[in-house]
Structures are given as structure tokens and as C-alpha cells.
Design a protein around this ligand. Structure first.
Ligand SMILES: Nc1ncnc2c1ncn2[C@@H]1O[C@H](COP(=O)(O)OP(=O)(O)O)[C@@H](O)[C@H]1O
Ligand SMILES: [Mg+2]
Length: 426
């Protein structure tokens, strides 16, 4: 029996999921809520927003959905997986309780500490006064100040001196620039090293680790300019066997052991943000869903059947699954709108999509179709991915495809895949 799949979300990550799942021999019809015109070849759009839980549940019941895959964090943190599971829908995506490990940095740090997951030393605060006292008493700079809740990637500040750390506490806790997300803060030890991220599929008991990726968060070449949602990514990252094993056992393995010990059910992706320090890899954070743009980079490297693996997760039988990966590497270059990230300019017509070579994939993130022509509708517009025998050839293919596409004011980095400088005083 073919399995009908509903993907929740409408970005590049969801387009990549639809593209991959459509290739599965198990796949029936693929839908996306709300989806987009740009991903229509892979998934039929459904008129329901990611937070319209009842509409989504009704659609699942009416269209014989055999698996619902939830992309973004917000519906997870608000309990979409709980809502659908209660109605008998199979879901790939964790329930609210587990989603709090992403939605609260304080809960996440305490979970890491209890479960001996290597991470930066930290203190958490519910009140600005003791938080400021801790800052005044601090001797090692920089210091990292984090708003506890979801803040769209803007709730973390690397502070080089007392004044900036005090200002961060004031902004988060007193001025509430991120609303209730700043009710609590975590103050962390600064770690230096190179960053990487790893995703694993998990059924709550076992996990399958995917190739380690590295994204590029800054807007401009050479890691300059403001932070963005991600301007590109590559995988796999060149790591020695010992480091890989360390990530598998001490970070992902202990995370899953912790879930079991604390009786937290989990079905979905574990995404660990890593700092590769001279004392080994340490976890910066855990996300409970696929990364964007890492998904656009990592899914093309999966050779085995992703839908089969996801169904195995939803049916708690991941231990019997064998994942296989392609040799070589994959690279993704993000094409962003003029003015991104502060104030993206929308409306520009996108030209050249029909000239993209067949050995690259274009994933739509911020586009709308206007009478068959695509226009820019968001900050990150397209993600262009290509797989090659090695990183250099993957990058060459991705950039060749990028050069076929144009729109007014397009911004993209020319140095995706080049080794980024270590986290340091920026
Ligand atoms: N303890 C730390 N030491 C050094 N850099 C850090 C530390 N914590 C976070 N960062 C930097 O800040 C970024 C964002 O932090 P993270 O915890 O991943 O929060 P989020 O992704 O929710 O904004 C990281 O990718 C990293 O560059
Ligand atoms: Mg992060």
C-alpha cells in the first residue's frame, strides 16, 4: 500500500523533504501544508497553515495520510504532534514535551548537564538582579548571554565586556525585546573552535546519524556582515574517525539515553549544533527538527529510503533500519533577496530557472508564482544544491546552477565551503 505523506511547512527545507520523499518506492501522494507553488512538482499545496491544527487533522483524516512530517519548530513547540497523534495520525516530529528542549535553552542546558552531554558551563536566571551580579563578578570574557525562549535566531549575544552583557540582560529581561522568551536567561561560558551540525533520525530508543554538515550564517564572504538564517551549507564535514565517534556516542547517544531515562517519548530529528573545541566536540544546542539549509545539503546524500526510515521511527522500529549514504559531498548555495536580512525587497522576477543544469536541484524558500513566473517573496529565496564526487566538484556544480539564475539585487556568498575562521571575538 503506498503511503500518502503530508509535510508541514513551506520553506526550502520542506521542499527538499518533498523532493526526497517523492523518490521513495513507498510513497503515494505527497502534500504540503501550506506548501508553495515552487514545490508543486514534488508536493501538492494544501490550504492550511502550519498552526491550523484542526484543518491539518481534518485533511489527514480525509486524504488517508499515512505519515505527517513536521518541518518548522513552532508547530512542534505548540503541540501539533500531540494533536495529530491523539487523532491516530502517524507523525514524524516530536511532541511538545520533547520540543521544549529546543524552545527553552534553560531546560536544554539542564537536560545536557543531567545527562553528561559535553557543553559550555552555564548559569540560569529568572531575575535580572542576580544575572547582573553574575556579570559583574565575571572574570573570563567574552561571555555568552542567551534569552531562554525562541527568538528567531536573535536571542544569543556574545558579550565582550561588562557593559554589553548588562545591556543584553536589560534587553532580554527588562525591555523584553523578545517578549516572554526573555523571562529567563542563560549565561554561558564562551567556547572557541569551529562549528558543525549533525542531524539524526530517532524513534526514542535508537538513532541513525546523518552526515555532519556545516552552514554559513553570516551574510557576506569571509564571515562578515550580519547573521542570517543560513547562506549555504556543505556536507560531510571532514572530521577524523575519533571525533565522529565522539559525536555519535557522547552527544547523540547520551541525548537519546537521557530521553529514555527521563521517559520523554521522541520521534523525529535530533539536530545538534556543535562546537569542535580543542577538548573535543561540545553541544551548543539541540533542535528538534530538520535544519534549514542543512536539510537541503544532507538529504541528497542519503542513498537509502528516507520515507522507510521515517515510518520506522513513527512505528518505533528504527533498530532494524540500515541507512546508506552516497560517497562524495553535497553543497547548497542560498540566493537571498536584496535587503536581506534586515528588510528583504520582494517582487523581483526570477529568471533562468529553466536553464538550471539537471545535476543541480533548486529548492524554493521565498518565491511566489505570478502567472507561471516566479517572483521573490521572502528573504531567503532559493537554495541551490548539487552533489559531486568531492566537495570541490559539488561546489562547482552548485555555483554553475546559481550563475544560470538571476533576479534584481540577488545576494549570495561566493565562498560557501571554504573553511570558516574559528569562533572568536566578533
Ligand atoms: N557557548 C558558546 N560559545 C561560543 N559561541 C556560542 C556559544 N553559544 C552560542 N554561540 C554562538 O551563537 C550561535 C547561536 O547560538 P545557539 O545556542 O545555537 O542559539 P540559536 O541557534 O537558537 O540562536 C551559535 O551558532 C554560535 O555561533
Ligand atoms: Mg543555533
Amino acid at each position: 500500500m503506498p503511503v500518502n505523506v503530508l509535510i508541514i511547512g513551506s520553506g526550502g527545507r520542506e521542499h527538499a523533504l518533498a523532493w526526497k520523499l517523492k523518490q521513495s518506492p513507498l510513497a503515494g501522494r505527497i502534500f504540503a501544508a501550506p506548501g508553495s507553488e515552487g514545490m508543486k512538482d514534488c508536493a501538492r499545496p494544501v490550504p492550511a497553515g502550519a498552526l491550523e491544527f484542526d484543518k491539518i487533522a481534518d485533511f489527514c483524516a480525509g486524504s488517508d495520510i499515512g505519515l505527517c512530517v513536521i518541518g518548522p519548530e513552532e508547530p512542534l513547540a505548540k503541540g501539533l504532534a500531540d494533536h495529530l497523534s491523539a487523532k491516530g495520525v502517524k507523525v514524524f516530529g516530536p511532541r511538545r514535551q520533547a520540543a521544549m528542549l529546543e524552545a527553552s535553552k534553560q531546560l536544554a542546558k539542564e537536560f545536557m548537564k543531567r545527562n553528561y552531554i559535553p557543553t559550555a558551563g552555564f548559569q540560569s536566571f529568572y531575575d535580572p538582579r542576580p544575572a547582573k551580579e553574575a556579570v559583574r563578578a565575571n572574570e573570563n570574557w567574552p561571555l555568552v548571554v542567551k534569552a531562554d525562549g525562541l527568538a528567531a535566531g536573535k536571542g544569543v549575544r556574545i558579550c565582550h565586556d561588562e557593559a554589553s552583557a548588562l545591556a543584553a540582560i536589560e534587553d532580554f529581561m527588562e525591555k523584553r525585546v523578545f517578549g516572554s522568551s526573555g523571562a529567563r536567561v542563560v549565561i554561558e561560558e564562551f567556547l572557541s573552535g569551529r562549528e558543525a551540525s549533525v542531524m539524526a533520525l530517532c524513534d526514542g530508543k535508537d538513532f541513525v546519524m546523518l552526515p555532519v554538515a556545516r552552514d554559513h550564517k553570516r551574510l557576506l564572504d569571509g564571515d562578515e556582515g550580519p547573521n542570517t538564517g543560513g547562506m549555504g551549507a556543505v556536507a560531510p564535514v571532514d572530521l577524523d574517525a575519533e571525533t565522529l565517534e565522539n559525536i555519535r556516542v557522547n552527544i547523540l547517544g547520551r541525548f537519546v539515553e537521557g530521553l529514555k531515562k527521563e521517559r520523554i517519548p521522541y520521534c523525529g530529528v535530533i539536530f545538534a549544533g556543535l562546537m569542535l573545541t580543542k577538548d573535543g566536540p561540545k553541544a551548543l544546542e539541540f533542535n528538534v527538527r530538520f535544519g534549514d539549509p542543512e536539510t537541503q545539503t544532507v538529504l541528497p546524500l542519503i542513498k537509502s529510503d528516507l520515507l522507510g526510515h521515517m515510518l520506522a521511527c513513527a512505528e518505533s522500529r528504527l533498530a532494524g533500519e540500515r541507512a546508506e549514504f552516497h560517497d562524495g559531498a553535497c553543497a547548497t548555495v542560498v540566493m537571498a533577496a536584496a535587503g536581506y536580512p534586515e528588510s528583504p525587497v520582494t517582487g523581483a522576477e526570477i529568471r533562468g530557472l529553466d536553464r538550471v543544469p539537471a545535476d543541480a536541484e533548486v529548492f524554493h524558500a521565498g518565491t511566489v508564482s505570478d502567472g507561471g513566473r516566479f517572483k521573490v517573496s521572502g528573504g531567503r529565496v532559493l537554495g541551490v544544491s548539487a552533489r559531486g564526487a568531492n566537495l570541490a566538484s559539488a561546489l562547482a556544480l552548485a555555483y554553475k546552477a546559481v550563475s544560470a539564475i538571476t533576479f534584481d539585487g540577488v545576494q549570495y556568498r561566493r565562498d560557501i565551503g571554504s573553511t570558516i575562521r574559528e569562533a572568536e571575538a566578533k
